[in-house]
Every structure is written in C-alpha cells, then in structure tokens.
Design a protein around this ligand. Structure first.
Ligand code: UDP
Length: 324
C-alpha cells in the first residue's frame, strides 16, 4: 500500500508514519518543517520504504504525481498551535485553506481515487460548552472579530472543501475532528498544554495555568489516535463523514496541572496567568471541550489503550532522558 502523509514530520504525522512503516507500507512524507521537525523525518532516513520531500504544499511541483501514486492520503499539514495562530493569522487562512484545496485538486486530477483522511479540529465546535459534542451539532463561530477564530474558520473551510470534492469527484473522504491529542514527540513551543506542564514540572518550575484553570479538555494519546485514523480510512468508501477522534475523559486544566506535579513527584508550584499575559493579547478560550465518541466507536473496533496517566508518565520519562 502507498501512503502519502502531508505534515508527516509533525507530531501526529510522524506517528501515522510509524504505523504504516510497521505494516510494511511505502510512505511518502511532504512537510515544510514549519511545525514539524527534521528529527521526525530523519529517524526514518535509510528505510527504503520511506521518502521525504521538504516542501510547501502550496508550491510543491510534484503534488499531482505523488497524489496519483497514493492509495491513501493523510492530509495533516496545517498551521497549528495557539501561539502560531495568534502570531500569524493570515498564514493560517492562506496555508490551511489553499493547501488543502491544492491537494484535493491534485487528487481529483488523477484517475485514481485514494482514500483521503482530512484533518479538521474540535475547534470547529467553537465555544459551545454543552459537553458531549456530536458530529451532527451545528457549528457556532463567535461574531467577535478576533484573529483567534481564523483557525476554526480555516478548518470549517477545509471540511467544506472535502465535502465539495467528495461530492463532485467521488473521492472517498473522512473528516477528522481531532480533540486534544498528546503523546511522545509533541512540543510545547506553540501552545500544547501537556508537554509544557511536563517540562515545567520536571524542571521544578511553576506550572503556568492560563485563566482560572476551570476550563476543561479531553486528551487522547496519539498512539490511540492513529489506530482510529487507520480504521476510519478503511471505511472511507462508506461515504463522506465527519468523525470526532479523541478520548472522552474530561479534566480541568487546574486538575491536569496537579496530576502532572503528582506523577512527576515535583515540588513545582502552580502559577495562574491571565490570558492577556499568557498570549500577549486578549484571548477567548474554550471553556469546555468534551467529545461524543458514539460515532467513532460505531465505526471502529479499537479501544483506547493509553490512559492520561500513562501518557504523562511516558512524557515525564522522555523529558528526564532528554535533560539527562
Ligand atoms: N494552557 C495553560 N497553560 C499553558 C498552555 C495552555 O493553562 O502553558 C491552557 C489553555 O489556555 C487552554 C488549555 O490549556 O485552556 C489547552 O491549551 P492547548 O493550547 O494545549 O490546546 P487548545 O486550547 O487548542 O485546546
């Protein structure tokens, strides 16, 4: 099987690569290394099944050739992370929407119809806090004219592109609404609370909780996530669908901070920061994010293998090894 992974040097992408190389599949990664890292690509150099192109999808000149080669496409390349989104909201809109369209056009141009797994996000649910977010719910984006919303808007546009190309060209597409994903190789540079807390706890520094810490998230280990993606891709011929992918254990950010401190046996304190100080500008956070996983479980046979504690313990051990 031939697998194309855009954003394959990123955090989730590199785990998708792991999964398919382990199955003996040929994997081609295209990544501009804007959030991905060369280390995530280099780890496979020398593997004859692996090919890497350091390229931006907006200008990659062999996009059609590579799309025609693939049996399955994971489109994971995107500008992600709250810090990056706030730094460069125009890049979010340009890259996320235009690159997705260019890729789908390339797929449509080949006579071959690979299964396409297209990365969307739980951010498309906006700031609804009713819990148990379902794929059939309306998507609500605030009327606030703040660049913070460029990310969910770009992902809603990607979903619309996916629907349009699936409809017009019969391409089998699955839209993945990723809920907070965590695990090995995730970096805290652009946001991403768990690696940040782990690093702070191991270093004995204060854990920086933004806002009152009562906002909640539901975290899923990436090694579970990629199993779900693989199984969903196998079913993409069932017709276009949007599916929540995550874990439904909900935890407040303050409790997360306490848990990380406890698991690390750390003496770190918790420091509250208002959003203005944290992000350098006013920020509208999502108060509650909790997925309904009914659809995911009805379409897949995978059960979560990693608890939040497992992932945190793994990350603590990883940071300790790196820092010696
Ligand atoms: N957060 C925090 N401290 C940090 C980084 C993030 O308290 O050092 C909070 C952030 O405000 C949000 C939650 O943790 O409420 C999750 O943030 P992340 O950027 O990981 O993901 P997202 O906001 O996209 O869910």
């Amino acid at each position: 099987m031939h697998i194309l992974v855009t954003g394959g040097a990123g955090f989730i992408g590199s785990h998708v690569v792991d999964l398919h190389l382990a199955k003996g599949h040929k994997v081609h990664v295209v990544d501009d290394l804007s959030t991905g890292t060369i280390q995530n690509a280099e780890r496979y150099f020398g593997n004859p099944l692996y090919k890497f192109d350091h390229a931006d999808l907006l200008t990659f000149d062999r996009i059609r050739e590579v799309a025609a080669w693939a049996d399955r496409v994971y489109h994971l390349a995107a500008v992600v992370g709250v810090f990056r989104v706030l730094q460069d909201p125009t890049a979010v809109l340009a890259s996320n929407i235009a690159a997705c369209e260019r890729l789908l056009r390339a797929v449509a141009a080949s006579n071959w119809k690979p299964d396409v797994v297209l990365a969307s996000s739980s951010e498309v649910y906006g700031h609804r806090d009713d819990g148990n977010l379902r794929e059939t719910d309306d998507l609500i984006i605030t009327a606030g004219l703040n660049p913070r919303w460029s990310y969910p808007i770009s992902k809603i546009a990607d979903e619309a592109l996916g629907v349009a190309f699936a409809h017009k060209h019969g391409i089998p597409i699955t839209l993945i609404r990723f809920f907070n994903t965590i695990g090995p190789r995730q970096r805290g540079k652009y946001g991403m609370v768990v690696p940040r807390f782990v690093k702070q706890a191991v270093a004995g520094e204060p854990l920086t909780v933004f806002g009152d810490g009562l906002q909640t998230r539901s975290f899923c280990d990436v090694r579970d996530t990629v199993q779900f993606l693989d199984q969903l891709a196998n079913r993409s011929n069932d017709g276009i669908k949007a599916v929540n992918v995550g874990n439904d254990r909900e935890i407040s950010i303050l409790d997360l901070a306490k848990l990380v401190i406890e698991r690390a046996g750390s003496q770190s304190e918790i420091r509250f920061l208002d959003y203005q100080s944290a992000y350098g500008e006013p920020y509208e956070d999502i108060r509650r994010r909790h997925p309904s996983l009914d659809l995911l479980h009805s379409l897949t046979a995978h059960g979560h293998r990693y608890t939040l504690e497992d992932t945190i313990d793994h990350l603590i051990a990883e940071v300790r090894t790196q820092t010696g």
